[in-house]
Design a protein around this ligand. Structure first.
Ligand code: FE2
Length: 429
């Protein structure tokens, strides 16, 4: 039976060091270090007191558009709207092989960074559904290493796009896991509401999750989160529903914000903030003062709402940079949402791990505990705070009880006045 043993681990919330043993892809033992010998014939890794944490979870990425920046033209204005125009030009040239190659490359980056669960949106405003078919195929091919959820995302609308509703149903038939929507992009407020009703009806009929691109605009009049939350509550869907981006929240007045926090908290829906991309896209039509254009991360979390951080775009028409590394996302989120308190920084780590897992509805399939899948990271740091401050990479990534990524230390040879030349590892101290 295939096994793996990791000794001298620091688990969050546990004072003593432990050994973690996995057999046949499942965690079978967590015991005080050295109390019992390693189990089975598999490898034994010495964590040397490092943090052992559940894998990172990417709750919001667009694998179908990744690595297309500048194709056929760059987004010069930097707005969301020009991004949609550039993408609609590139979309006509998609092939199965093109989508598979780009998406798989980014999944490989993610595994190297310690991400083992991914929710990818996929534009289905394409009569051929080329990208959706490719991502569903890829999901099956990589499932022994990484979980992929595919969202049927109507980039150009459901009601306002010719045949949009039919394409959403076809995407569900073709294997989408999650139903999306984009109400702020629909032509009218009424179309936006109708698009949400269509999305919720489809999701409920097929037993699928819901993840809406919602209010991604600097317009204080864009108020679809209240509709998403209310449909989720009345339909009893609660945490099976997510509102992503929700950047108009950065422009809402205090009175409405207070009302909205109650509506969202009562519904049980999740929010996903994408700080790197929305700091880049929002506020483009402002003079000074220039708005941040982000979800009310702190305030919603304080109201009891599950908030997570997502990467969103990786080198595509909306965002020219990106590494697919959630630690970078959390770092940006800490700056953008002003999460500077010790507890808040620890919470930012949860926003790329446990809170993001709740967005994906992973349930008992997530976490370092006996009986759960053997998916975990060895992080050469002392705490989540330490990991985020120093931006440490996982030294080892274990998926389904197998070591799938290993990153060696990268020491620096430093010459300093008054000291002999020395080799210092600034990353893995
Ligand atoms: Fe997005």
């Amino acid at each position: 039976m295939q096994s793996i043993t990791v000794t001298d681990c620091h688990l969050l919330g546990r004072a003593e060091r432990v050994d973690v043993v996995a057999e046949a892809g499942v965690i079978t033992r967590i015991s005080p270090t050295g109390a019992e010998p390693p189990t089975g014939p598999g490898p034994v890794l010495d964590a040397a007191g490092a943090l052992v944490a559940p894998p990172y979870v990417e709750p919001h990425i667009h694998l179908d558009t990744a690595l297309t920046a500048g194709q056929p033209r760059w987004n010069v204005s930097g707005t969301l709207w020009e991004g949609i125009e550039r993408w609609s030009e590139r979309k006509h040239t998609l092939t199965r092989e093109d989508v598979l190659a780009r998406a798989e490359e980014v999944l490989r980056w993610q595994v190297a960074h310690g991400v083992l669960h991914v929710r990818s949106h996929c534009d289905v405003t394409d009569p051929e559904l080329t990208a959706l078919h490719a991502l569903v195929e890829l999901r099956e091919r990589v499932r022994d290493v990484i979980d992929l959820q595919v969202v049927a995302f109507p980039q150009e609308g459901i009601v306002s796009f010719d045949g949009g509703e039919r394409l959403m149903a076809r995407a569900a038939d073709a294997g989408a896991d999650v139903i999306g929507a984009i109400p702020h992009f629909e032509d009218t407020r009424e179309d936006g509401i109708r698009s949400l009703e269509i999305a919720f009806e489809l999701a409920e009929r097929r037993g699928l999750l819901v993840d809406v691109h919602c209010d991604e605009i600097d317009d204080e009049q864009s108020r679809f989160v209240e509709v998403v939350a209310t449909l989720a509550r009345r339909g009893g869907l609660g945490a099976r529903v997510t509102a992503s981006h929700t950047t108009a929240m950065g422009s809402y007045n205090g009175a409405y914000s207070r009302k909205l926090r109650r509506i969202v908290a009562r519904s049980g829906i999740n929010l996903v903030c994408n700080p790197m991309v929305n700091l880049t896209l929002q506020g483009r039509f402002d003079d000074y003062p220039k708005r941040r254009g982000l979800t009310q991360v702190k305030e919603m979390a304080a109201a009891g709402v599950n908030v997570a951080f997502g990467h969103d775009d990786v080198m595509d028409p909306w965002f020219p940079l990106g590494t697919a590394n959630p630690v970078q996302v959390a770092h940006a989120g800490i700056l953008a949402a002003q999460l500077s308190g010790q507890d808040e920084i620890a919470e930012a780590f949860a926003m790329i791990t446990e809170r993001a897992a709740r967005v994906l509805n992973l349930g008992d399939g997530y976490g370092v505990a006996i009986g759960r899948p053997a998916n975990f990271l060895i992080l050469p740091g002392t705490s989540p705070f330490d990991v985020l401050r120093r931006q440490v990479r996982p030294s080892h990534v274990v998926s389904r009880g197998r070591l799938v990524a290993e990153t060696p230390p990268a020491p620096t040879r430093l010459t300093w006045p008054g000291r002999a030349p020395e080799t210092v590892d600034f990353v893995r101290r």
